[in-house]
Design a protein around this ligand. Structure first.
Ligand code: NDP
Ligand code: X2W
Length: 308
């Protein structure tokens, strides 16, 4: 029998993208709730409890409700919301973060899909903290730009209604309490909260994250080549990986950092830039907020859980 997949929230931004990615799959049965019943807890409970894997593409409270509706059923869960990412008993759905993480996801009943923002900084920083090149207590900041689909249906509708009248570049998160800080800190291996400075741009999808490092205060100041080697080693030969590491080179600019470069793919590409004389480095990740940032990652986790 084919595994049954139910996307709770299938009519929203992330859900629609997952549906599209599963449309040609004949190794699974995708169960679909009628749009008019999408918020009816009884109908959702039926679908949730019938499915082998439920993918939750819902606001946090509704995602918690789905888990309660599943109750004691055997349904496995991939939650795309922020609700369970640092919760006990949930596997963090970033298979590339450790050699064993794909195995952990494969065996898990409950998988929390990562937030779009922290994935890039975690992808670059975690190997450096593990290698001891960046101390856990280092004051980390992250900046970046995301397409407006990162804000879900409401933001998509707002930006599309305004068209060219919408701001091209709008910083937000100005109280420094972004909902992604806890998972960023935990899975990057940091011992203090990183500071996030996100920006939303007037384009639909795609993102770039950047972590600038002022390294001069460290006892051992790592070179750019050392930082790059630690990151490249981490991803070399990693199973189930969609993360690539760009060659280390001194370039002043590159079109590869266009946030839309990997749109409609599940790719993430990491770059290290550095000036050793100044003890400065920049860790950059480019990916699609709807790909590796959300829906692509959910499908990647589903495949790992199904062993396909
Ligand atoms: N967009 C992105 O890039 C990313 C999103 N995420 C996360 O994924 C989740 C979904 O986000 P996104 O797809 O952007 O959001 P959307 O607002 O686009 O979609 C959410 C969907 O859930 C439906 N919904 C709302 N409340 C309920 C409920 N109580 N029961 C059932 N359905 C409900 C909505 O219906 P209606 O529209 O009618 O209210 C809508 O169809 C969120 O937790 C988000 O934070 C994670 C990573 C990236
Ligand atoms: C542009 C924009 O507003 N982006 C969203 C992130 C969306 C995301 O990753 O969502 P979850 O963590 O909820 O899954 C934000 O910064 O809140």
């Amino acid at each position: 029998m084919k595994p049954k997949i139910f996307i709770d929230g299938e009519h929203g931004t992330t859900g629609l993208q997952i549906r599209a990615r599963l449309a040609d799959r004949n190794d699974i049965d995708v169960l679909s709730i009628p749009v008019e019943r999408r918020k009816d807890p009884e109908a959702r409970a039926d679908f949730l409890r019938t499915a082998d894997i439920a993918i939750l593409c819902l606001p946090d409270d509704a995602a918690r409700e789905s888990v309660a509706l599943i109750g004691d059923a055997d349904t496995r869960v991939i939650d795309a919301s922020t609700a369970h990412r640092v919760a006990a008993g949930w596997a963090y759905g970033f298979p590339e973060m450790d050699r064993e993480q794909a195995k952990t996801i494969a065996a898990a009943k409950l998988v929390a899909n990562p937030g779009c923002w922290p994935q890039g900084p975690i992808a670059t920083l975690r190997p450096l903290v593990k290698a001891g090149l960046v101390p856990a207590g280092f004051p980390i900041t992250m900046n970046g730009i995301s397409g407006y689909s990162g804000g879900g249906r409401q933001m998509v509708e707002d930006y599309e209604a305004k068209g060219d009248g919408a701001p091209d570049y709008l910083p937000y998160g100005l109280t420094f309490q972004h909902k992604h800080v806890p998972e960023f800190r935990l899975y990057a291996g940091l011992s203090r909260d990183p500071m996030m400075q996100p920006v939303v741009g007037n384009f639909a999808q795609g993102m770039v994250t950047a972590v600038p490092l002022q390294l001069a205060a460290l006892n051992h100041v790592p070179t750019g080549a050392e930082l790059h080697a630690a990151i490249a080693d981490h991803y070399a030969g990693l199973e189930h990986s969609v993360v690539e590491v760009a060659p280390y080179e001194a370039i002043e600019r590159t079109p590869e950092l266009n946030p839309e470069t990997y749109n409609n793919t599940n790719r993430m590409r990491l770059h290290v830039f550095a000036n050793d004389k100044k003890a400065q480095a920049l860790l950059v990740a480019v990916y699609d907020n709807l790909g590796k940032g959300a829906s692509g990652a959910a499908v990647q986790n589903m495949d790992i859980m199904l062993g396909t």
